[in-house]
Design a protein around this ligand. Structure first.
Ligand SMILES: Cc1ncc(COP(=O)(O)O)c(C=O)c1O
Length: 396
């Protein structure tokens, strides 16, 4: 009755444990959500002020390509990084999610291949499955903090069906940040093999310890093949305002994306008005203060988890995620047990089992992804809960 592709959709590992939390919730147990990448910082007031001063009597459809003033402000935001896109090289979408979907719809026929370092953001899978795109995982190693393998290894995975290399940098779920050299290597491959490069940069502001990386928008020798995916969700703590961006200099590609944008008429006018004010009013000072907050959380989490017997992790370099190895055989079973059978001082923890982020699921069996977009006191409690939970689980 339903399409084959739709029946292939998997449940997101971020949400798969929600049914198991019912028992704890009913028992009044506080659940600390380490599973979700939802920033808890306040949305800057400029967003709300701009919407409050919206003077129109009717909320009309905006332009399909996005509100002009917003495009202008995004252009300036990129110019500050010495990246130049013209107005018609920027299209506004309903979140980075729609930007990704439209990009994949435009590039791929069913059966064609996307190259992607694994583990990767699990929601990509829904788009791949929906469109019949075959995923070819680029192997990376947990022990190596998910660095890219050599050019030769990546090239050996390319076939005549490969259409694009896709990745998020900084990485969800890994927290890894690709160095400038790693990105240059991907750029070389993209040029030499004539394949697109989809660079998901929604965590761009969350890079720690001054790690040397760049936006792929700076690779001006390959701009027709480089597609930047962007979003305000994480940058400004505005996940519920659905505003994303596609940037690219290939006129044909952008022409097709515009047709897709027209087919859904427009995105939320008010969200774009708020987003425009954020891009226009906030500057480096804001980005740095947010960055410092997440870095503090990253350090706190890393130091705390590292001390737990049997827990192995790398120091995350960016975004607000990390993958940790647990001293258990099956991290999904442990995560379910934590939710259903264990609490510490009235709280328990929801984790995201890592196997759902891998193409080769066995690599993630004893691992979970943790999101640290939470206050330090919540993180402290979560770390203690994991520590005591592991002891009890392994002594059952
Ligand atoms: C790597 C990555 N890309 C894209 C998105 C999509 O974000 P949004 O649709 O909220 O812009 C997310 C959200 O978590 C993400 O982690």
């Amino acid at each position: 009755m339903f399409s084959k592709n739709i029946q292939n959709l998997k449940t997101s590992p971020v949400r798969e444990l929600i049914p198991y939390s019912k028992k704890s919730k009913d028992a009044g147990i506080d659940i600390i959500h380490l599973n979700i990448g939802q920033p808890d910082l306040e949305t800057p007031k400029e967003f709300f002020e701009a919407i409050e001063s919206f003077g129109e009597k009717t909320i009309a459809y905006s332009d399909s390509s996005g509100q002009k003033e917003l495009i202008e402000s995004i252009k300036k935001y990129y110019q500050k990084m010495n990246i130049n896109y013209e107005n018609d090289e920027i299209l506004i979408t309903a979140g980075g999610s729609e930007a990704l979907l439209f990009t994949l719809m435009t590039l791929f026929n069913a059966g064609e291949e996307v190259l992607i370092p694994e583990p990767y953001y699990a929601n990509y899978n829904s788009f791949f499955a929906m469109l019949g795109i075959k995923v070819v995982g680029i192997p990376t190693k947990f022990e190596d903090n998910f660095k890219l393998p050599s050019k030769e290894v990546i090239e050996s995975l390319i076939t005549e069906k490969t259409k694009a290399i896709m990745f998020s940098n900084p990485g969800n779920p890994t927290g890894a940040v690709y160095s400038r050299d790693e990105l240059l290597m991907l750029n070389e491959i993209s040029k030499e093999k004539n394949i697109f490069m989809i660079s998901d940069e929604v965590y761009r502001e969350f890079i720690y310890d001054g790690k040397d990386t760049v936006s792929c928008g700076t690779f001006i020798d390959n701009q027709e093949r480089i597609i930047i995916i962007d979003s305000i969700s994480k940058r400004f703590s505005t996940c519920g305002a659905r505003v994303g961006t596609i940037l690219n200099k290939n006129k044909d590609f952008m022409g097709y994306i515009l047709k897709l944008c027209q087919s859904r008429l427009a995105i939320s006018t008010l969200d774009m008005i708020g987003a425009e004010a954020l891009y226009r009013c906030l500057d480096e000072k804001y980005y740095q203060s947010v960055n410092r907050k997440y870095m503090e959380r990253r350090d706190f989490l890393f130091e705390g988890l590292k001390k737990i017997d049997g827990v192995v992790l790398n120091k995350p370099e960016g975004a607000f995620y990390c993958i940790i190895e647990l001293p258990v055989e099956d991290a999904t079973d442990f995560s379910k047990w934590l939710l259903g059978e264990f609490s510490y001082e009235g709280s328990t923890v929801m984790l995201a089992p890592a196997k759902g982020f891998y193409q080769r699921e066995e690599l993630g069996l004893n691992k979970v992804r943790i999101s640290y977009a939470l206050e330090l006191d919540r993180l402290e409690k979560a770390i203690k809960t994991i520590e005591l939970g592991l002891k009890k689980y392994n002594n059952r």
